[in-house]
Design a protein around this ligand. Structure first.
Ligand code: NAD
Length: 297
C-alpha cells in the first residue's frame, strides 16, 4: 500500500481525499490509502481524515506519496519538499509557474527514483475524447479556442499557466506548436482579463487561443476549427462516463507507482507537459513585453 497525504484542501484536495477513501474497485487506485492532510489553516477532520504537519508527513515511513492540491504559486515549494524526502508526488496542473522549474523538479524526481505526476483531467473528459476521435485524420486549416470563466483567486498565476488545460488540449489535438504573438488586456479593478495568443502548428497552420475571465462570464470553451473537409464550431455531444475525472487520474497515477505504465508513454507525457510549460513561458514573456510578435522579440 502507498500511504498518502493531501496538501491543500480546497476543491481538488477534497476530491482527492474522497476518491482515496472510495477508490475504483479492482483498480490500481486501491493501492493508495490516505493517512492525513496538510493545511495552512487549523481544520477539523475532513471526511474522517486528520490534519497532520508537514514535518510529520516527511518523517513518517508509512507516508510514501503527497498530493499537491494548493493554489499554483505554492506548487513548486511543496513538490520540492516532498521529492527531497523521497516521496512520490502527484500535483494538480500546472506543475510550476516556469518551464525551468518543471525541468528541475522532474530531474529531482529522477534523481530520487520517485514518480512525479501532473494531473490533466481535461484530457480525460468525455467531450475531449470524442473531439479527438472526431478530428482524427482531418487536416486543419485554422482554428480557435476561446475560454471564458469567472475571475481566479490570487495565487493561480499568469493565465497561460492557470489556463494550461486549454493549451494542453491544442497540443494534444494538433501536435507541437510555436508562439507567434501574445497580448494581455487587464482591468484589475474590475477583475477582468483577456489573454490572446497566436500559435502555429508544425504544418504552419494558425491557431488562436484566448483566455478571458471576468465577473459573470460563463465557464465555457468555444471552438472554431476549420478543416479541409468541414468546420467544427461546437464540442461534440458525449455521454458522461461512469468513472469521475479525478478518479481516472488517480488510477493512472497509481499505475505509475506500480510501474505499470510503459516507458514510452511516460516519456511522451513528460515531453507534452514540458512543451506546454515552455509555450506558456513564451506567451507570458511576449504578453508582458507588450510587443506582441515573436518575430520582433
Ligand atoms: P481552491 O481555491 O479550492 O484551493 C486551493 C488552495 O487554497 C488549497 O490549498 C486550499 O487549502 C486553500 N484554500 C481554499 N480555501 C481557503 C480558505 N478559505 N482559507 C485558506 N486557504 C484556503 O482551488 P482548487 O480548485 O482546489 O485548485 C487547486 C489546484 O488544483 C490548482 O493547482 C488548480 O489548478 C488545480 N486543479 C483544480 C481543478 C478543479 O476542478 N478544482 C481541476 C484541475 C486542476
Amino acid at each position: 500500500m502507498f500511504g498518502s497525504v493531501v496538501v491543500g484542501v480546497g476543491t481538488a484536495g477534497f476530491v482527492r481525499i474522497r476518491d482515496m477513501l472510495a477508490p475504483l474497485p479492482s483498480s490500481a487506485a486501491e493501492k493508495l490509502s490516505v493517512k492525513g492532510f496538510i493545511s495552512r489553516r487549523t481544520l477539523e477532520e475532513q471526511q474522517g481524515v486528520k490534519q497532520i504537519t508537514v514535518e510529520d508527513a516527511l518523517r513518517r515511513d508509512d507516508i510514501k506519496v503527497a498530493f499537491v492540491c494548493t493554489e499554483n504559486a505554492a506548487h513548486e515549494e511543496n513538490i520540492r519538499t516532498f521529492l527531497e524526502a523521497g516521496k512520490h508526488v502527484c500535483v494538480e496542473y500546472p506543475m510550476a509557474m516556469t518551464h525551468k522549474t518543471a525541468v528541475d523538479l522532474w530531474d529531482l524526481a529522477q534523481e530520487k527514483g520517485v514518480v512525479l505526476h501532473e494531473e490533466h483531467i481535461e484530457l480525460l473528459t468525455a467531450d475531449f475524447k470524442q473531439l479527438k476521435k472526431d478530428i482524427a485524420g482531418k487536416k486543419l486549416k485554422e482554428g480557435s479556442l476561446h475560454f471564458t470563466g469567472g475571475p481566479l483567486k490570487p495565487g493561480f498565476g499568469f493565465p497561460a499557466f492557470s489556463g494550461i488545460a486549454r493549451l494542453t488540449w491544442l497540443v494534444d489535438l494538433f501536435g507541437e506548436l510555436s508562439v507567434t504573438a501574445a497580448s494581455m488586456e487587464e482591468d484589475q479593478e474590475n477583475k477582468y482579463m483577456k489573454m490572446t495568443t497566436q500559435l502555429m502548428t508544425k504544418e504552419q497552420k494558425p491557431l488562436t487561443w484566448i483566455e478571458e475571465r471576468g465577473p459573470g462570464l460563463p465557464r465555457v470553451k468555444n471552438i472554431n476549427f476549420c478543416f479541409d473537409s468541414c468546420t467544427m464550431t461546437q464540442l461534440p455531444p458525449a455521454a458522461r462516463e461512469p468513472v469521475g475525472l479525478f478518479m481516472q487520474d488517480l488510477v493512472l497515477f497509481s499505475q505509475k507507482l506500480l510501474g505499470q505504465v510503459p516507458r514510452d508513454q511516460l516519456h511522451a507525457e513528460r515531453h507534452r507537459v514540458l512543451h506546454c510549460l515552455e509555450l506558456a513561458d513564451r506567451i507570458q514573456q511576449l504578453s508582458q513585453q507588450g510587443q506582441g510578435s515573436a518575430q520582433d522579440a
